[in-house]
Design a protein around this ligand. Structure first.
Ligand SMILES: *[C@@H]1O[C@H](CO)[C@@H](O)[C@H](O)[C@H]1NC(C)=O
Ligand SMILES: *[C@@H]1O[C@H](CO)[C@@H](O)[C@H](O)[C@H]1NC(C)=O
Ligand SMILES: *[C@@H]1O[C@H](CO)[C@@H](O)[C@H](O)[C@H]1NC(C)=O
Ligand SMILES: [Zn+2]
Length: 327
């Protein structure tokens, strides 16, 4: 059925660019493979096609049309299928110090596994978001320290360093003993962007972390598991450990009461195999992850005889090496 508003939108020129926050990232952002629209239609009702214009037609309107006009963006974009914002300004990167590579954990190459026997590092990506505070409550109740790969400005949530709710939840996580790590400023694909943007994605997040907790992390995880040789070289220069995982809960595909058991099964299958240690990935932007899976996972890990630690601890890296204070 074609609605009146979608007919209207079809006729509108894509001119006025709105400043709604950039949100190429989506709640399923690690799982969606983009398929670009060649027809100007997009979204869930149109085969999940995305809007791929680089300077125009980047927003997928609620009615399913690619464009940038007020009528496309003003009533909300379908964040999974496009984003609306002016083209990103040319990134300004401050002078960066030479960054000492302390400790024995490698910098600038991908790390998949913990090295300390009998540990499980629970890691959570893409937040802070709506459920992060509830996750901190749970971790506190359970007495578990975890690691958060924080994204600075994704999901249309507002910048972490100027949105009080996110600033305070990051401070809380840090103060409660969790490790804070970087997941880029906008959840960018670091293999797809140019060198200046790649640096900006990391350094802008560093500026935010400095404001929020007075230090910034040496641990990062590349969005979309995407960090090619050029990206790894940049991460090495910037002094980052590039962290992946070996236990994928697949939570982002199972965020429903009727599905989350699949993630529990993934966890159980892995724990039944009694590996030396586990580096787990989940996402604190999903309800079922926070209100259902994590409690199960902690109990299952403990029942299997493992101890939950931060990432730095499971990699036997002294805590003094997890952050820097000088840009
Ligand atoms: C669009 O994505 C949704 C959610 O992932 C999925 O349920 C649906 O089958 C997809 N539709 C098409 C046409 O691919
Ligand atoms: C978007 O992708 C479609 C399909 O690949 C292509 O036909 C179209 O030219 C692309 N548009 C832009 C602006 O890149
Ligand atoms: C939690 O997950 C189980 C499946 O493992 C499901 O039956 C139950 O409904 C879920 N609880 C909530 C509150 O969604
Ligand atoms: Zn992510």
């Amino acid at each position: 059925m074609v609605s009146v508003s979608s007919l209207l939108l079809a006729l509108l020129p894509a001119t006025s660019v709105l400043a709604c926050a950039m949100h190429r990232a989506t709640t399923t952002q690690d799982s969606v493979e983009r398929r670009d629209s060649s027809t100007g239609q997009c979204g869930a009702a149109n085969g999940n096609l995305s809007c791929n214009g680089t300077t125009v037609n980047r927003c997928c309107s609620q009615a399913g049309w690619c464009g940038d006009s007020t009528d496309h963006c003003g009533t909300g974009c379908q964040a999974a299928f496009g984003y609306c914002s002016p083209p990103a300004p040319a990134p300004t990167i401050p002078a960066i110090s030479t960054r000492a590579k302390l400790g024995s954990v490698p910098y600038g190459s991908e790390i998949y596994a913990c090295t300390k026997a009998n540990t499980i590092a629970l890691t959570f990506d893409d937040g802070p978001y709506l459920y992060t505070a509830a996750l901190l409550d749970l971790l506190k109740t359970k007495g578990v320290k975890a690691t958060f790969f924080v994204t600075g400005s994704n999901l249309d949530k507002g910048d972490i360093d100027s949105t009080a709710a996110w600033t305070s939840v990051i401070q809380r996580a840090y103060n409660e003993g969790h490790q804070i790590a970087s997941h880029t400023w906008t959840h960018a694909d670091l293999s797809a962007v140019d060198e200046a943007t790649r640096k900006y994605e990391m350094v802008r997040n560093e500026q935010a972390f400095l404001k929020i907790i007075g230090k910034y992390p040496t641990y990062m995880r590349p969005p979309y598991i995407s960090c090619n040789a050029a990206c790894q070289a940049t991460m090495g220069t910037l002094g980052y450990h590039v962290i992946l995982w070996d236990l994928d809960t697949d939570d982002y595909n199972q965020d429903a009461a009727g599905l989350i058991q699949n993630s529990k099964n993934n966890v159980k299958t892995a724990y039944d195999q009694r590996w030396d240690a586990y580096m787990s990935i989940a996402h604190d932007i999903h309800y079922q992850t926070v209100y259902n899976l994590t409690s199960y996972q902690i109990d299952a890990g403990r029942a299997a005889g493992y101890t939950h630690t931060t990432l730095g601890e499971c990699l036997q890296d002294p805590a003094a090496n997890w952050y820097r204070t000088q840009l």
